[in-house]
Design a protein around this ligand. Structure first.
Ligand SMILES: [Fe+2]
Length: 367
């Protein structure tokens, strides 16, 4: 399969993976030729990239970071709790935080086990999702990324990893109390609207800190994930040493997921583009060491992505190299102007002078 921008799709192309909504329901199925109507639908859903079938790349596989079952379970547990929190806010019905803590922790343990076992770096691009409930999918993605990064750091105890997972799942819980009209506004926010959005950090903290079932460090994830090392963040403008390590981690994974996810009003970035955003803020906004660790825990060039190499060769990412996330194995399809009759593998971890100079998501390949 090959990773292609929706803007480059033509009629008759066949999807290799279905496009799902947050509940895991199929919106556009795999295996049949796309009509113009379906392509327009994908665009309207805000999908930026899809995987298509392609004869040359048919052996390229993608292994999701967590199972479909765990993803669905996590989304279900979060949805049930978040719905009740909103409800409680309206009609002050007692909501069981003890039960929520138990359910969330059990989901976090599942994700933790799977991310630990997943020998490869983490890629969430394989989940081609249209987000009807952005907070849910974003919270789950941030949880997976935060756990992958925290495991990579090798300094947290199992208990701390659970706290990080819980903190990541609940980091944006305060957004449940912000008007959806503002949260979903496709154009630039006014100053007043942005000030309103910023309140989600304090609202989340206030909600979580009162609950003795929820560790205070988890409440601080909601409070601190928009703080930046140089004091330019919010709500308190905390500086480096005053920001909790969990807050620094979630600050990074939150931004990364926001820029690499599908949104209706702008295109999603590829992983290496998302990393560039983080590197632009390295040391000033984000901890440089944490960005480095994060870079090692995620897939930078996903399988199926077309790449140009600095020596004129062109190919598609075939598989990842364990522990070296920026040096995958490439299936070489072209050399200069020549299309190869017999494509071959090139392991970038063994060929250090060869670099990926460009990525291309517009080539539909030969079918
Ligand atoms: Fe946030």
């Amino acid at each position: 399969m090959r990773l292609i921008a929706v803007s480059a799709l033509r009629e008759g192309v066949i999807l290799a993976k279905p496009v799902l909504n947050d509940a895991g329901q199929i919106l556009v199925n795999r295996g049949m030729p796309l009509s113009m109507k379906m392509i327009v639908r994908l665009q309207k859903l805000g999908i930026t990239f899809v995987y298509i079938e392609d004869e040359v790349t048919k052996d390229i596989m993608i292994r999701p970071a967590i199972t479909e079952k765990t993803r669905r379970e996590a989304m279900g547990v979060m949805k049930a709790s978040f719905d009740q929190i909103v409800d409680q806010h309206k009609i002050s019905k007692k909501f069981s935080f003890a039960q929520m803590e138990r359910q969330f922790t059990s989901v976090v343990r599942d994700i933790l086990d799977q991310v630990k076992e997943h020998k490869e770096a983490v890629s969430l691009l394989s989940e081609v999702c249209a987000h009807d409930n952005y907070i849910l999918s974003h919270s789950l993605n941030v949880t997976i990324y935060s756990l992958a990064l925290s495991i990579k750091l090798k300094k947290f105890s199992p208990k701390q990893l659970e706290e990080i997972g819980l903190g990541a799942m609940l980091h944006d819980v305060g957004k449940l109390f912000i008007s959806t009209a503002i949260l979903k506004k496709p154009s630039r926010l006014t100053e007043d609207e942005f000030n309103e959005v910023k309140k989600h950090t304090e609202l989340g903290f206030e909600l979580l800190r009162r609950e003795y079932n929820i560790p205070l460090t988890v409440a601080h994830c909601a409070y601190q994930h928009h703080e930046r090392l140089n004091g330019s963040g919010y709500p308190r403008g905390l500086k480096e040493k005053d920001i909790h390590p969990y807050g620094k981690i979630i600050g990074i994974t939150d931004v990364y997921d926001a820029v690499t996810s599908n949104r209706v009003y702008r295109r999603a970035m590829l992983p290496h583009e998302g990393l560039e955003i983080l590197y632009a803020g390295a040391s000033s906004e984000f901890d440089q060491g944490l960005i480095e660790a994060f870079r090692k825990s995620i897939v930078i060039y996903p399988n199926g992505l077309t790449v140009h190499l600095n020596d004129g060769r062109k190919g598609v990412i075939l598989r990842q190299t364990p522990n070296i996330s920026d040096r995958p194995v490439v299936l070489i399809l072209e050399e200069g102007q020549d299309t190869l009759a017999h494509p071959y593998e090139l392991d970038l971890s063994q060929n250090h002078s060869v670099l990926i100079s460009e990525t291309d998501t517009t080539l539909l390949g030969k079918r």
